[in-house]
Design a binder for this molecule. Structure first.
Ligand code: OSB
Ligand code: MG
Length: 373
């Protein structure tokens, strides 16, 4: 039984070690929205909202999410008994459109709380079968191909099992060609365009086929499914959808229309764990491999991603880079680390999210705070 009687919203700011540039924008100082749930027995569980400062990935921002959680999500969840975290998603979806990142922050924290109460590792609670997650790195757009080659070579040497190159018009074919030439055909390379192209670019995008990329992520519009099917027909490289998959039904659309062959599941994008698990199960039944994406989360959000990625159909490396790739100091202990073979361990020896949340450090980093309930 879950019964939350107080929710605290917080904004913290954490400077990234280096700016992270994608086709639609750049992050320098990550503004992070955290939620803290307090239940009737004094248990505290933390969650993280993946929304960014600007609406360049999804229409949500951390400021819209703040309002939606305070005014609509929290009132639905507070002082309401849930028999399991699995029913929270439907409760939040009823006559409440969109705002999936706001909902996800709270829904996931409910899963974390349930794991804590049941004294189970979160990965075990959801039926995870892996004890370590193969890890990929997502490399932002660099000033020239040489700079990207340097970053990619370093990532390969560190053990990363997948190297994702952010691309955009003017920083695509030449950049990928340079990395492919330097790292060789055995490096597991992929590209992510974050919506930078249109169907008019089919001829141009076909040039990527010669590099045998694992996949190209979300080349077309953030909410498109149909046009990706037209593009996939022309490309040898598998398309992976990220932004477009906002729930199970969009994954079903992708399969029905053949808009892509791989799904990037980010629990924060699809409204939380229940929907992520539904997409995972559907993809597994339809022979569509999935992997867990990232949103430059702190160690709290990472904990949820790592647990989710322990499910069996997460067969491709996830964007679950270790804490030190982003931050001088994370807000959890121990920090997330990756071994020399490119794996992050699933903390199966600890209940809940498997890392200690450093509440004192969070208090120091807090620039805004509001309690509901
Ligand atoms: O498209 O996957 C993306 C970060 C912010 C917004 C969108 C994306 C990303 C990443 C980062 O690729 C992955 C990570 O957390 O390391
Ligand atoms: Mg992406």
């Amino acid at each position: 039984m879950l019964l939350v009687d107080k929710l605290i919203l917080r904004e913290i700011r954490m400077p990234l070690k280096e700016p992270f540039k994608i086709s639609s924008g750049v992050e320098v100082d990550r503004r992070i929205l955290l939620v803290e749930l307090h239940d009737a027995d004094g248990q505290v569980a933390w969650g993280e909202c993946v929304a960014g400062a600007a609406p360049n990935y999804s229409p949500e921002t951390i400021d819209t999410a703040w309002i939606m959680i305070r005014d609509f999500v929290a009132p639905r969840v507070l002082k309401t008994e849930f028999k399991s975290p699995g029913v929270v998603h439907a409760h939040l979806a009823h006559n409440f459109r969109g705002h999936l990142m706001a909902k996800a922050a709270v829904e996931m924290a409910m899963w974390g709380l349930a794991a804590q109460i049941q004294k189970l590792p979160l990965a075990k609670l959801i039926g995870g079968t892996r004890d370590k997650i193969a890890t990929g790195i997502s490399l932002g757009i660099q000033k020239d191909p040489e700079a990207l080659v340097k970053r990619a070579a370093a990532a390969l040497a560190e053990g990363y099992r997948k190297i994702k190159l952010k691309i955009q018009p003017g920083a695509d074919i030449q950049y990928v060609r340079a990395v492919y030439a330097a790292l060789g055909p055995d490096a597991h390379l992929m590209a992510d365009a974050n919506n930078a192209y249109t169907l008019g670019d089919i001829g141009h995008l076909k040039k990527l086929d010669e590099f045998g990329l694992m996949m190209i992520e979300q080349p077309l519009a953030w909410d498109d499914v149909l046009r990706h099917a037209q593009l996939q027909k022309e490309l040898r490289t598998p398309i992976c959808l990220d932004e477009s998959i906002t729930g199970l039904e969009r994954a079903q659309d992708m399969v029905a229309m053949k808009s892509g062959r791989i799904v990037n599941i980010k629990p924060g994008r699809v409204g939380g764990f229940s929907e992520s698990i539904a997409i995972h199960d559907y993809c597994q039944a339809n022979d569509v491999p999935v992997w867990c994406g990232g949103m430059l989360e702190s160690g709290i959000g990472r904990a949820y991603n790592v647990a989710l990625a322990s499910l069996p159909n997460f067969v491709l490396p996830g964007d679950v880079s270790p804490s030190a790739r982003y931050w001088a100091e994370d807000i959890v202990t121990p920090e997330w680390t990756m071994d020399a073979d490119g794996y992050v361990k699933v903390p199966l020896d600890k209940p809940g999210i498997g890392v200690r949340v450093e509440a004192g450090r969070i208090e120091t980093l807090t620039v805004r705070k509001e309690a509901v309930g």
